[in-house]
Design a protein around this ligand. Structure first.
Ligand SMILES: Cc1cc2nc3c(=O)[nH]c(=O)nc-3n(C[C@H](O)[C@H](O)[C@H](O)COP(=O)(O)O)c2cc1C
Length: 223
């Protein structure tokens, strides 16, 4: 395989994993994943990300705290989420949502079932591990850019090690709980969480893949 084919293989076979096997990832494998992700580029090589990784009882305590909190607290983020999704962005968002609902048999308009599926975010989709990604508050937007690149590398590194993973802004929507639970100081901003582990590949929620726009929709050539 040439290097671009190796990269293509990782990109094409990675997906956001929403069901996991009930088994821990050995610590050396997690260390390898974090070591690979650590090679991410950042502005002035500042590497403003910090990562909290839960395992075993640590994940279970966090899962319990998160599900209890999310039941009756509205979302509040350190980084404001998109104010709205317009035009093609709304269309793509809807299309990926329908794919998920179709995969798990949720009818259009069944708000109770879709709310139940959305709540799976706070159960970390049954994953045995969660990585909470924070960035330096003073770096603000560019700290989020650098740390977002880190998340991208993390996802590909996970795939390269045979792991499933999913980035979750839904977790960042409960920044107060996360800050309290992990004693995160005010000079860190919570970017998002990544749930990860070994995928339950037979689960319906893992049965579909999302599409991508063609180059004609995103590239402007100037020659
Ligand atoms: C920054 C970011 C935040 C996301 N937050 C969530 C989330 O909270 N819950 C969720 O189910 N998926 C979340 N996703 C996953 C996206 O829905 C998913 O990446 C997208 O639909 C493309 O599908 P794929 O990852 O399977 O290729 C997030 C992805 C990114 C990049």
């Amino acid at each position: 395989m040439t290097p671009d084919e190796a990269l293509e293989d990782l990109l094409a076979t990675r997906w956001s994993c929403r069901a996991y096997q009930d088994r821990q990832v050995p610590k050396p494998v997690i260390e390898r994943l974090l070591t690979l992700a650590q090679r991410t580029a950042s502005w002035c090589n500042t590497q403003p990300w910090q990562v909290i990784v839960t395992s075993g009882a640590g994940t279970e305590r966090f899962r319990e705290a998160m599900t209890e909190w999310a039941r009756d607290h509205p979302a509040e983020f350190d980084f404001a989420p998109p104010a709205e999704y317009r035009g093609v962005y709304r269309d793509r968002r809807r299309a990926s949502g329908w794919q998920l609902y179709e995969a798990v048999g949720i009818e259009r308009g069944d708000r109770e079932a879709s709310a139940r599926q959305a709540f799976e975010n706070f159960r970390f989709f049954g994953a045995p591990h969660v990585a909470i990604i924070t960035t330096d508050a003073v770096h603000d937007l560019y700290g989020a850019v650098d740390s977002g690149l880190y998340v991208g590398t993390f996802l590909l590194a996970a795939r390269s090690l045979g792991l499933g993973a999913i980035p979750q802004a839904a977790l960042a929507g409960h920044a107060t709980l996360i800050r309290k639970h992990f004693e995160i100081p005010e000079d860190r901003k919570i970017l998002l969480g990544i749930s990860f582990g070994y995928a339950d590949e037979a689960h319906p929620t893992n049965s579909y893949r999302t599409a991508r726009a063609g180059l004609d929709e995103v590239v402007t050539w100037v020659e």
